[in-house]
Design a protein around this ligand. Structure first.
Ligand SMILES: [Mg+2]
Length: 105
């Protein structure tokens, strides 16, 4: 079996663009997450003066829209998505409680 295989781009143009847009929006979210980590949620963009908190909310909304579009377009299972998301959120909340109770806090 060859180690190299042929890869071709997604052939459906709308799906191709929706996947690309989701990746682009995830990149924008990654940028503001990094800024919030290094500068703080209450910091501001040094060039525009926009609060990090406001920009974070915008990019979360953009990613949310991109995700919703993919679910519609690809007919993904929303019930499975919601169940997994609920499990993740429960875990994140438990983790936050563990952090709050740790010696580092
Ligand atoms: Mg965006």
């Amino acid at each position: 079996m060859a180690d190299i295989t042929l890869w071709l781009p997604e052939r459906d143009t709308v799906t191709h663009q929706a996947l690309g847009k989701a990746a682009e929006e995830c990149g924008e979210l990654t940028q503001i997450l990094a800024r919030c980590i290094i500068q703080g949620i209450e910091g501001r963009d040094p060039k525009t003066g926009q609060p990090n908190r406001e920009r974070l909310a915008e990019e979360l909304a953009d990613v949310d829209a991109a995700i919703s579009w993919l679910f519609e377009l690809l007919d993904l299972d929303i019930e499975t998505h919601n169940a997994r998301s609920d499990r993740k959120l429960t875990g994140f909340r438990e983790w936050a409680d563990m952090i709050k109770g740790s010696p580092a806090e």
